[in-house]
Design a protein around this ligand. Structure first.
Ligand SMILES: [Zn+2]
Length: 312
C-alpha cells in the first residue's frame, strides 16, 4: 500500500526557488504521488540539536552527502535557539554542525525530514496534501486535484486557510519566501479568493460564539463549501466536515451526521489514503453511523468518542 507515483515526478530547477519537484506526466486527483520514509525523525523538542547531530552521524555516507545538498537557511531566530541549547556562540560551533542544524531547520516537517520531499516548494494553494502515516511509518503526499504535466508539486508550509496575503507573507518570512504562488499573484480570481479567505476568518469567529447547535452546523457547512470551492484541501477542510458531523449529532440529525461523516471519509481517503489510521477510523465510524441512521442498530458509543476527537 506504500506504493507511490514517484516514477511520474522529477527534480528540476524552479525559477526563483532553487530546485523543485515537477510532474513528468499528468497526475489525477487522489493519487499517492510520494510515500517516503523519513531520513531523520526527532520526536522530542528537548536537546534537539544534539539529537539532530547524532542522527546525522548515523546516516550512510551517501545519505549524508545528499542531506548536505538540501536548502540551507539560518535565520537569526535559529542562531539564538541553537546558542541557548548548546551554550556557545554561533561562531564557536563547528561549521558542519551549523550547516546540519540549518538544513534540518529549513527542511523539517515538524518531526520528520525526508530527502526527496524536502524538494517540494510552498504554495498558498497547494496541489499536494502531506500527512505522516503511522501505519506505514512514512510521510505521504497525495494529489488534491488533477496536476498537469510539467506542473510544479507544492504543499503549504503554513497553516493559513483563512489568512490574507500579507499575513501569509509574514508567516513565510522565516523561510525567506516572497510568495508568487497561484493564490498570491494579483488577478480577479484571486481577489475573490482573498475575499473568501476573509469570509472563512469571520465565520470561524462566529463559530466560537454561535448561540445554538443549529447555528454552529450552518456555519461549519458554509465554511466547508467555501474551502472546497476554493480548492483549499487543507487539514482545516477535514476539521470542518468533522465539525458539521458533530453538530448534526448534537441536534440528533442522523442523516446529516452521516452525510458529513461520509464527506470526511472521502476527504481522508483522497488526502491520506485508506490506509491512514484516521481513514481507517472514519471508515469504521461511517459504517456504524449508517447502520444507526437506517435504524438497524443502536447508537454505538464509539461514534461520540470519534466526534469529540477535536475537543469541542
Ligand atoms: Zn502564496
Amino acid at each position: 500500500m506504500s506504493q507511490d507515483a514517484r516514477h511520474l515526478i522529477e527534480i528540476r530547477p524552479a525559477p526563483g526557488k532553487g530546485l523543485g519537484l515537477f510532474t513528468k506526466e499528468r497526475i489525477p486527483q487522489g493519487i499517492r504521488v510520494l510515500a517516503e520514509s523519513p531520513i531523520i525523525s526527532i520526536l522530542s523538542n528537548r536537546n534537539q540539536c544534539s539529537s539532530v547531530f547524532r542522527a546525522f552521524k548515523n546516516l550512510t555516507t551517501l545519505q549524508q552527502t545528499e542531506f548536505l545538498t538540501l536548502c540551507c537557511r539560518t535565520p537569526e531566530s535559529l542562531k539564538r535557539k541553537v546558542e541557548t541549547e548548546l551554550k556557545r556562540d554561533w561562531q564557536q560551533i563547528p561549521e558542519i554542525h551549523r550547516d546540519i542544524i540549518s538544513i534540518w531547520s529549513a527542511n523539517t516537517y515538524v518531526y520528520y525530514m525526508y530527502l526527496l520531499a524536502s524538494r517540494i516548494n510552498h504554495s498558498c494553494l497547494p496541489n499536494l496534501y502531506y500527512r505522516f502515516n503511522e501505519n506505514l511509518d512514512m510521510g505521504t503526499f497525495h494529489a488534491v486535484r488533477d496536476i498537469e504535466k510539467d506542473e510544479e508539486l507544492t504543499i503549504s508550509y503554513i497553516n493559513a486557510t483563512n489568512h490574507m496575503k500579507h499575513q501569509r507573507q509574514d508567516d513565510l518570512e522565516s523561510w525567506g519566501i516572497e510568495c508568487q504562488c497561484l493564490a498570491c499573484v494579483d488577478t480577479d480570481r484571486n481577489r475573490r479568493g482573498e475575499e473568501n479567505r476573509a469570509k472563512l476568518y469571520d465565520l470561524e469567529q462566529v463559530l466560537t460564539s454561535a448561540p445554538s447547535y443549529k447555528a454552529c452546523l450552518q456555519v461549519a457547512e458554509k465554511m466547508a463549501v467555501i474551502q472546497r470551492d476554493e480548492g483549499l484541501w487543507t487539514r482545516d477542510l477535514g476539521i470542518c466536515y468533522h465539525t458539521a458531523a458533530y453538530y448534526s449529532l448534537k441536534l440528533g440529525n442522523r442523516k446529516s451526521a452521516l452525510k458529513w461523516a461520509e464527506e470526511e471519509m472521502k476527504y481522508n481517503i483522497m488526502c491520506m489514503g485508506a490506509d491512514h489510521p484516521d481513514s481507517e477510523e472514519v471508515i469504521l465510524i461511517v459504517g456504524r453511523l449508517r447502520a444507526w441512521a437506517e435504524g438497524s442498530t443502536p447508537f454505538h458509543p464509539s461514534i461520540m468518542a470519534w466526534c469529540d476527537k477535536y475537543g469541542y
